[in-house]
Design a protein around this ligand. Structure first.
Ligand code: FEO
Length: 397
């Protein structure tokens, strides 16, 4: 019988797929589902690395028992406490009451707070090791990737890195779990969307973690979401996380707008047409009333130009644009060129409000903002084109 669970040596995959949930964190769409990955090291001492969303506990337990039968689990290593991974801790304690929970100083308060579990703890510091028999583990604390307790566990023996959410992506796993045995096409885009939606604010801690881990020889990355990465994909995955956490955007402009009857949309169209005429190939249009913020965020992490515009609504920003600006603010974005425009019927507010956002941001403001009353006129076209030309100069230089 083919071994369906082995990652390497005595390391097994015991994760699960969720194709039922519509929104991750009740916020982010999951058209391809998501996997909650956990791993079991079947050595003289048995160690479980992370758990899964509690909804999938029975499937998870069956996978564990299929590998170790009725043997006990000695250690539960917690790399991350967000409930998509920690959700089964209380039930694991119920089935394995003598299991010792391994975490760092930040972990155990959360274990008690979420699950009321306080006994049999083994606290580790950065660089501490744990011997399971054949396999020697080392713990690397990587705080704020993307919670304070996040750490990674490295198996020296097999050169396998259990990385928590780092290097993860959306997308459930189709059958197998190792990259070389599945079609990985969907995961690359889903990695950018996952990073921008979930980890995006924490570029600096991700950079620190990458630096800390840079000397480790790695034969497999076992993250908590998406495929196990091996071979050439390891470098590809690390370089995607490196680029995103440096806020290093490619040439291209994301035009984000909110429009009630299409007049403000025509400003966006005029800007986009001129960007294209100036040689900008990647012009990504997002009507905030149709595009989910999840995809808009992914695009602004990909490209270095952003132009935002909307109509005035109740003397404020158009609500969907206000919402996306708030999400952008929450991600501490930098290294971006930013232009803006807006409109009004009888009293302008949109341009003023976007200007307030722009002043607080770390973006370089490009061109003159364009403000339109009611509908497009010849001078509005000219102003939109001038804004696009100023942005295009930043892209093509
Ligand atoms: Fe996949 Fe931060 O939990």
């Amino acid at each position: 019988m083919k071994d369906k669970t082995r990652v390497k040596g005595s390391i097994h995959y015991v994760g699960v797929n969720d194709r039922q949930k519509h929104l991750f964190e009740n916020l982010w769409p999951l058209p391809n589902g998501v996997s909650y990955n956990a791993y079991l090291i079947d050595d003289e001492k048995v160690a479980l690395v992370d758990t899964v969303d509690v909804c999938y506990f029975e499937v998870f337990l069956r996978k564990i028992k299929k590998i170790i039968g009725e043997r006990p689990i000695d250690y539960l290593i917690i790399n991350h406490m967000e409930p998509d991974h920690s959700g089964s801790i209380r039930l694991i304690k119920h089935y394995y009451p003598n299991i010792t929970i391994v975490g760092n100083r930040q972990t155990f308060g959360m274990v008690e707070g979420f699950y009321g579990v306080t006994d049999l703890q083994h606290q580790v510091k950065d660089g501490d090791t744990l011997n399971l028999g054949k396999n020697q583990l080392t713990f690397h604390l990587t705080p704020m990737v993307h919670w304070p307790e996040t750490m990674m566990t490295y198996c020296e023996t097999e050169q396998v890195l259990f990385s928590g959410d780092a290097f993860g992506c959306f997308g459930a796993l189709g059958g197998g779990f190792i990259d070389e045995k599945i079609n990985t096409d969907i995961y690359w885009e889903e990695m950018v969307r996952y990073y921008s939606n979930i980890v995006g604010k924490y570029g600096s801690p991700v950079q620190k973690a990458l630096e800390k881990l840079s000397g480790l020889p790695v034969s497999a990355i076992c993250s908590t979401h998406g495929p196990v990465w091996t071979g050439d994909n390891i470098e590809r995955v690390i370089s995607i996380y490196d680029k995103l956490s440096l806020y290093d955007g490619d040439e291209g402009v994301v035009v984000i707008y909110g429009s009630m009857y299409g007049n403000t949309e025509q400003m966006a169209e005029a800007i986009a047409a001129e960007l294209s005429a100036q040689g900008v190939k990647n012009v990504i249009m997002h009507n905030t009333s149709k595009s989910h913020a999840s995809y808009i965020l992914a695009d602004i992490f990909k490209y270095k130009g952003i132009i935002v515009g909307c109509t005035t609504y109740n003397g404020q920003l158009y609500p969907e644009v206000e919402a996306i600006l708030s999400k952008i603010s929450g991600r501490d974005m930098k290294n971006r060129y930013f232009g803006y425009f807006g409109s009004f019927c009888w009293a302008g507010a949109a341009v003023k409000k976007i200007a307030e956002f722009a002043e607080k941001s770390k973006f370089e403001i490009v061109g003159e903002p364009v403000e339109m009353k009611q509908a497009m006129k010849e001078d509005t076209y000219a102003q939109c084109e001038a804004l696009a030309q100023a942005m295009a100069e930043k892209m093509i230089k």
